[in-house]
Design a protein around this ligand. Structure first.
Ligand SMILES: [Zn+2]
Ligand SMILES: [Zn+2]
Length: 246
């Protein structure tokens, strides 16, 4: 096919991706081969625009900068940046990635997270490294891949032209096999995640970014933040593709 196209003079003026199209994974409209989701669908995704300035949960457009929970008690981490609200179709896409290994959906979502981060850290100090939330070996074996690590690699690649980010994958270990946090009551989540992680050494960082695909109550990322801060890390930002309202 490519050979044929190369011989065609039209090819010389057009990018091959414009000639070979595939169906958008969401609406089935034609989209260039390098874009699994069409531009219209990307623009319609629920971007996290109005959110609590600390924990990142979606808040109403006319409400204050902090959610009611953060006004009462600040989270363990310093700030949470989310690309999207956990709403349709983002929730649907994230489940396809996580439970059906359809990693093709990840790059368009990671692209928006990269944009969100570039916007926020413009002129500011970036974290020294990205620390993806680790999976327990048992879950890694059953799922076959670590979605936070795949996302982290994609982000490092996306951010590379602007900011070179180190990937930290050895500092934190998940020592307890826990039930998935989604579907548990708030008190159960806390108990479920307690002592789930351990440090493999003393952190050589002042400032880190913890990365996960979805942040729900924030118990998981708060637990890791507490561990890091107990060992001298001064600031911990949370990065995620989507933040749930609770
Ligand atoms: Zn589409
Ligand atoms: Zn908040």
């Amino acid at each position: 096919m490519r050979q044929l196209l190369k011989r065609n003079s039209v090819y010389k003026r057009l990018n091959i991706n414009q000639l070979i199209s595939i169906s958008c994974l969401l609406c089935r409209a034609d989209t260039p081969m390098n874009k699994p989701v069409c531009n219209l669908c990307i623009q319609a995704l629920p971007i996290a625009d109005k959110h609590c300035l600390l924990c990142g949960i979606p808040v109403l457009a006319n409400s204050s900068d902090l959610c009611a929970r953060c006004v009462q008690k600040k989270p363990a981490f310093d700030i949470c940046h989310s690309a999207f609200n956990y709403e349709f179709p983002v929730d649907h896409l994230l489940k396809k990635i996580k439970y059906h290994q359809q990693l093709i959906y990840l790059p368009p979502l990671a692209e928006q997270l990269s944009r969100t981060l570039l916007h926020h850290y413009d002129g500011k100090v970036w974290p020294q490294a990205i620390l993806p939330v680790p999976l327990h070996n048992k879950r890694l074996r059953s799922r076959g891949f670590d979605q936070a690590l795949v996302l982290a690699r994609q982000l490092v690649k996306n951010l590379h032209p602007y900011q070179q980010m180190k990937l930290e994958t050895h500092l934190i270990k998940r020592q307890k096999h826990t039930d998935p946090q989604q579907g548990l009551q708030a008190s159960q989540r806390k108990r479920n995640i307690k002592n789930a992680f351990s440090l493999t050494g003393t952190p050589d960082y002042q400032y880190l970014a913890i990365l996960d695909d979805v942040v729900t109550t924030g118990e998981t990322v708060s637990e890791i933040t507490r561990l890091l801060k107990q060992q001298g890390v001064k600031r911990v930002d949370i990065w995620c593709l989507a933040r749930t309202p609770v």
